[in-house]
Write a protein that binds this ligand. Structure first.
Ligand code: PLP
Length: 369
């Protein structure tokens, strides 16, 4: 039996060469040429003025929130349908997440409902480009300007996605990325904050390194963190950045093949295209219809029996124990709940072949026939 994981890492470029180079140089901790190189390649890729490498995507989000002085008593607007790390980073800072629903016809946050959730305590909107699809940034930026609040972009699943030619992560005040093993590029564990604001860049660099004064060693004006990336991780990152355009192209081709090979019908809907910009293909995102009799979790189980790994969409955060208390009565989150119930992710990664996608699609078609 073939075995298709949901995601797989492609390390066939210069990863080993650069990691060996880092080891031979003994620069394996959080200083070294690969860190600066990775940061400059990444900021150039995103057309952002600055990029600050971090230990992972969650620390990138937390670093961004801290750099914007958001904390206890503040509220941050987040979509309910996202990976838990988005809201956790808000909670780590002491601020309160305010959950907003998804659009009816798209899983991303409904910008119109953001306005309703804004209070005098709102400090930022944490906009998530979920499953590779850009969210409604032009609307979100307008709302933020009107209320004089910040915008943080969670680009963890959308490295390379664009809106009107601009890369995600270069539009809001700070963009946050993840390089976990299943993301568009990986460094093992790793993250990045992008910004066009040089003050925020400086502040994130200080907070990343224990809050230590840039010029006066061991002098701390505030409490910081150790959120640094190692030169080893950055060495992998540089090699991955050399291949990112190729990765994105391959992902696009696989998406097209899935679209061609799957039999869509009233139970299984055609995949949603992004509305607000050009997406990148992360997982392949399927949605069962809301009226379907197909049991999503049973389908996942059937797929696994033939060696195909698949995942349910994220559960909306407001339904899970740690986050229940943040749901307010004014929040109407039915669309997030519908997507959470009906969504399935299928394997999509650069080393998957078109033949593999045909096989997976055929197996899916058989199960659903
Ligand atoms: C992966 C992910 C994160 C967290 O990244 P880590 O590197 O795993 O800490 C945050 N937000 C979203 C939407 C993600 O998918």
């Amino acid at each position: 039996m073939k075995n298709f994981p949901i995601s797989n890492i492609d390390l066939n470029g210069n990863e080993l060469k650069y990691v060996s180079e880092a080891i031979k140089s003994t620069w394996i901790s959080s200083t070294g040429k690969f860190i600066t190189q990775f940061e400059s390649m990444f900021s150039e890729f995103c057309s952002a003025n600055h990029a600050v490498a971090t230990s992972n995507g969650t620390t990138a989000l937390h670093l961004a929130i801290e750099a914007l002085n958001i904390g206890i008593g503040d509220e941050v607007i987040v979509p309910s349908l996202t990976f838990a790390a988005t809201a956790n980073a808000v909670l780590h800072s002491g601020a309160t997440p305010v959950f907003v629903d998804s659009l009816k016809d798209h899983w991303n946050i409904d910008a119109e409902k953001i306005s309703d959730a804004i209070t005098p305590n709102t400090k930022a909107i944490l906009a998530v480009h979920l499953y590779g699809h850009p969210c409604d940034m032009s609307r979100i930026m307008k709302i933020a300007q009107k209320h004089n609040i910040f915008v943080i972009e969670d680009c963890a699943e959308a490295t390379g996605a664009t809106i009107s030619g601009k890369k995600v992560g270069s539009i809001g005040d700070i963009g946050c990325f993840s390089f976990f093993g299943n993301k568009i590029i990986t460094t093992g564990e790793g993250g990045m904050c992008t910004t066009n604001n040089s003050n925020l860049n400086e502040r994130m660099r200080v907070l990343r390194d224990h809050g230590m004064d840039k010029f006066k060693r061991y002098w701390h004006n505030e409490i910081g963190y150790n959120y640094r990336m190692t030169n080893l991780n950055a060495a992998i990152g540089v090699a991955q950045m050399e291949q990112i355009d190729l990765f994105l192209e391959k992902r696009q081709m696989l998406r097209i093949q899935y679209d061609k090979s799957i039999n869509f019908n009233s139970n299984l809907l055609k995949p949603i295209n992004s509305i607000f910009g050009n997406e990148v293909e992360w997982f392949y995102n399927l949605n069962l219809s809301s009226t379907t009799k197909v049991n999503r979790d049973k389908l996942i189980n059937e797929l696994s029996k033939v060696g195909i790994d698949s995942r349910p969409f994220f559960y909306p955060l407001h339904l899970m124990p740690p986050y229940l208390k943040y749901k307010t009565t004014s929040n109407n989150l039915i669309n997030a709940e519908a997507f959470g119930k009906c969504g399935i992710n299928l394997p999509l990664y650069p080393s998957l072949s078109l033949e593999n996608v045909k096989f997976i699609s055929t197996e899916l078609n058989k199960i659903l026939a």
